[in-house]
Ligand binder design. Sequence first.
Ligand code: IPM
Ligand code: MG
Length: 357
Amino acid sequence: MNYNIALIKGDGIGPEIVDGAVAVLQKIGEKYGHTFNFTEYLAGGCAIDATGKPLPEETVEGCKNSDSVLLGAVGGPKWDTLPGNIRPEKALLGLRAALGVYTNLRPAKIYPALKSACTLRPDIIDRGFDMVIVRELTGGIYFGERGRREGKYGPEAYDTEAYSVMEIERIARMAFEAARKRRGSVISIDKANVLETSRLWRETVHRIGEQYPDVTCEDMLVDNAAMQLVRDPSRFDVVVTSNMFGDILSDEASQITGSIGLLASASLGDSKCGLYEPIHGSAPDIAGQDKANPIATILSAAMMLRYAFDLNDEANCIEAAIDKVLADGIRTADIVGDSGATPIGCKAMTEEIIKRL
Ligand code: IPM
Ligand code: MG
């Protein structure tokens, strides 16, 4: 089969890690007889430099006309002082909205070989940890009305969160469906003791949950969830939560896996074409030095094969190669922990993974 993939390398370490994922996909193509055609588009800081806009029209059109989109990372100190509407991050939000990818799946699990890179006590880790965060991605406070105005105490700024019943229903369904294929448990995270959007969230999730009697559904307040996640991460299977809470909790979850450099994500809507990206940022401090960990982006490419193209064997092959590389003690700098391994670079890590495909 032939697949057209839009590539958005972005800024910072983005180009290095996307190159790693492309090399892996090419090898998978050879092995299984597929052709992946890659077309590069600009977004983020590099797009601002080249065109004055973080998300050029051409990029949106190109992505919409592709079978799938693989994205590295956007942003960096160079563009940090620009006004909010022309910041690199705006490209990411604009693309998520333009592609209608309202569901963001962020799996996080512990690799036994990486226990030493994890910040939790070994006895906690030994209980196991394998969860997926189902983050709402195109609504909530990220997309609500915001601005500056004159307030009671002088100039002030505001951001608003709104969620419609429809938006909560569709993300809840995604979570219950995901739980059916896993351990059958959904924990819905909100702040229903304070926020009206959370109260609507809670009642809507439960109403959808009634259609899934085989899945258990529990509510958890977000502050408590932040605590439970480090106290006993083994109790989490599927977590469903709002855009903002999902952003925060997924970074927290990444530390339990050992490094944010390991966490992949798939952003899906109603069409099969989705957006696949690591959850980490552009790491400008190590950009261009061949130090980045490409694993999160390579795992995002595996999620693309599975969700966009139904290529399960191919996705499993990539995941198994990564399990193997980690079991063999091969480490980039972020996952060395106290293993005593000599860290290798982004290119060498990519090669080691390709060898094991
Ligand atoms: C993420 C990132 C983005 C987000 C930023 C870069 C806008 O933190 O994908 O988690 O908040 O969604
Ligand atoms: Mg984030």
